[in-house]
Design a protein around this ligand. Structure first.
Ligand code: C2E
Ligand code: MG
Ligand code: MG
Ligand code: MG
Length: 292
């Protein structure tokens, strides 16, 4: 009967909850030595210019090669790592490994490209952040102008005074700064001018239905126009279809990143793409929408 079913359901629900919280606790414990055990891996997602079609950069995206559970994506462990603080060690490892990889590609004779890394709010608030970044660059003789640090809009707006100070310190090192997931936080376009931001990354939630949702289309076009007037480069993330790509070309967006061209892939895949000159096909005329 209904009551017994309800009882079963809630019982199974509790068991699921317990199992999941147990799993979370285990993962949180295992996160402690994850850097020392060498279980982190970087994959890289190409960023392409809508002006030339070439790969102009990559974003380093961390994965956890878990001995039992296989390759875990950031969504499975970054929030846990942020809770327990191990995110600082993870982000610092990612930074060093990204600098090492950037130089390895250079030494292999590949054309120079930008390397973007993600910083969590906690990493961004680190007292020794400036030294951490300077040391990572120096350790691999990496060009600071090729390193880009992505900070989410949310992290940036948590503490504006600190953000202004930290971004200024990072700019002194010569690195590029990028505002990630733009449009998802509480910031307005007006805030853009307050920070020494070089790049604005429009969040994929705006790109997803850009072709069918006039409001999001308008937001994207306004963001591109305003960012460019402020002298910033605009990247659209999560570009999956040819229609989205063409819309972004017509909107004068600078760069794209997304499954339309490639997901995040291992370093040797990026090397192969660069060697083979893989690029976006921009030969199609920039057709104005027939309905316009
Ligand atoms: P993000 O920085 O906004 O990175 C973009 C995410 O969108 C990546 O997921 C990427 O694989 C995914 N993506 C790219 N193109 C497409 C597309 O066309 N369609 C769809 N549906 N998804 C696309 P991923 O690798 O799972 O990373 C998720 C988030 O985890 C990142 O979002 C970033 O906030 C965080 N993260 C990744 N690596 C690091 C890291 O080293 N440190 C920190 N603190 N956070 C990281
Ligand atoms: Mg990012
Ligand atoms: Mg993003
Ligand atoms: Mg995102």
């Amino acid at each position: 009967d209904a009551k017994a079913q309800g009882g079963n359901r809630s019982c199974r629900f509790d068991a699921d909850m317990a199992e999941r919280s147990g799993e979370r606790r285990r993962l949180r414990e295992e996160l402690q030595g994850v850097v020392e055990r060498g279980e982190l891996v970087l994959h890289f997602q190409p960023q392409l210019s809508l002006h030339s079609g070439h790969i102009v950069g990559v974003e380093a995206l961390v994965r956890w090669n878990h001995p039992q559970q296989g390759m875990l994506l950031p969504g499975d462990f970054i929030p846990l790592a942020e809770e327990c603080g191990s995110i600082v060690a993870i982000d610092s490892w990612v930074l060093r490994e990204a600098c090492r990889q950037m130089q390895a590609w250079r030494e292999a004779g590949l054309p120079p490209i930008r390397m973007a890394v993600n910083f969590s709010a906690r990493q961004f608030r680190q007292r020794a952040l400036r030294e951490t970044v300077a040391d990572a660059l120096a350790a691999h003789a990496a060009d600071p102008r090729c390193l880009e640090i992505e900070i989410t809009e949310g992290a940036m707006m948590q503490d504006m005074t600190a953000a202004i100070r930290v971004t200024a310190q990072l700019k002194e090192l010569g690195v590029r700064l990028s505002l990630d997931d733009f449009g998802t936080g509480y910031s307005s376009l007006a805030y853009l001018s307050r920070f020494p931001i070089d790049v604005v990354k429009i969040d994929q939630s705006f790109i997803r239905d850009i072709v069918t949702n006039p409001a999001n289309a308008a937001i994207v076009q306004a963001t591109v126009a305003m960012s460019q007037k402020l002298g910033k480069v605009v990247i659209a993330e999560g570009v999956e279809t040819e229609e989205q790509l063409q819309f972004l070309r017509r909107s004068d967006c600078d760069e794209v990143q997304g499954f339309r061209f490639s997901p995040a892939v291992p370093a040797d895949e990026i090397a192969r793409m660069l060697r083979e000159g893989a690029r976006l096909d921009l030969s199609a005329p920039l057709a104005q929408d027939a309905r316009e």
